[in-house]
Design a binder for this molecule. Structure first.
Ligand code: SAM
Length: 253
């Protein structure tokens, strides 16, 4: 479980990675495209007001906004100022968009919104359940919440390689379906969709995490433990890494 100091460290990593993020964000781009497909199927009112949380460089914003002509205003937010600048630069021509630096756990904005969406940010929140409750409270009656986050089997291959060297607690811990359902609350739906990313070897996998700024871990491994875990992962080269993506959706009553 991350704490508030971890959160600040996470924000610094992502801010520093903003200019190189897109070059490594292969699976993130696929998940953003899948989210855009979902959003395009929602029955949004004309002039809809949308809040995006943890927008990063704007992969989801760019995939979804052109497909949603009825949207009136889209507020994209991220805790990392470098990400906010990258998102603004990517989509400055769309006058429906505004981009702001904001902590998704302490949103400095008021609702109601017709849609709140977020891809691959919630897993970085110290109090994800509290954040989801707050997001629900910002929905207009009939408004949609659609969130993609990571589930318990994410990085199963890396986790097994770590466990084999006695470092099972070193990888990130992600919630199971029951926990996510509890956090999401009544009327919510949790679905699983696996995305597999192929890497030449363990080093390439770890460099891709560093490339997007997602390499923060509260527990640091010794160099020898890390090398051994990488050798374990490389035993099955090329390396397939599973992203156990959980779609959290609900419609406000
Ligand atoms: C893996 S990136 C995903 C970015 C984008 N949604 C995508 O799919 O490419 C995670 C993003 O969440 C942001 N983030 C992490 N913690 C956050 C928080 N507490 N509030 C808002 N954004 C946060 C990071 O700065 C980063 O841009």
């Amino acid at each position: 479980m991350l704490n508030d100091a971890d959160k600040r460290a996470v924000a610094r990593r992502f801010a520093a990675a903003a200019t190189r993020y897109d070059a490594s964000a292969r699976v993130q781009a696929r998940i953003a495209a899948a989210m855009a497909d979902r959003l395009a199927a929602f029955d949004l009112p004309v002039g809809a007001r949308v809040l995006e949380i943890g927008c990063g460089t704007g992969l989801l914003t760019a995939a979804a906004l052109p497909r949603l002509p009825g949207v009136g205003r889209w507020l994209a937010t991220d805790i990392a100022p470098g990400m906010v600048a990258a998102c603004r630069g990517r989509l400055s021509a769309d006058t429906r968009l505004s981009v702001a630096a904001m902590d998704g756990e302490g949103l400095a904005t008021s609702g109601p919104f017709d849609l709140i969406c977020s891809t691959l940010a919630l897993q970085w929140f110290p109090d994800a359940g509290g954040a989801l409750a707050r997001w629900r409270s910002l929905l207009r009656p009939g408004g949609f919440l659609c969130v993609a986050t990571l589930g318990v089997d994410t990085f199963a291959e890396w986790r097994a390689a770590l466990a084999a060297v006695g470092a099972s607690g070193a990888g990130p811990a992600y919630p199971d379906a029951a926990t996510l359902s509890r956090w999401l609350g009544p009327g919510g739906r949790v679905e699983r969709q696996d995305f597999v990313e192929h890497h030449a070897d363990a080093r390439h996998f770890l460099l891709s995490l560093r490339g997007i700024g997602a390499d923060y871990a509260p527990t640091r491994l010794s160099a020898s433990t890390l090398r051994q875990a990488m050798r374990n992962l490389d035993a099955a080269r090329p390396v397939d890494i599973t992203y156990d993506v959980r779609w959290l959706t609900l419609r406000a009553p």
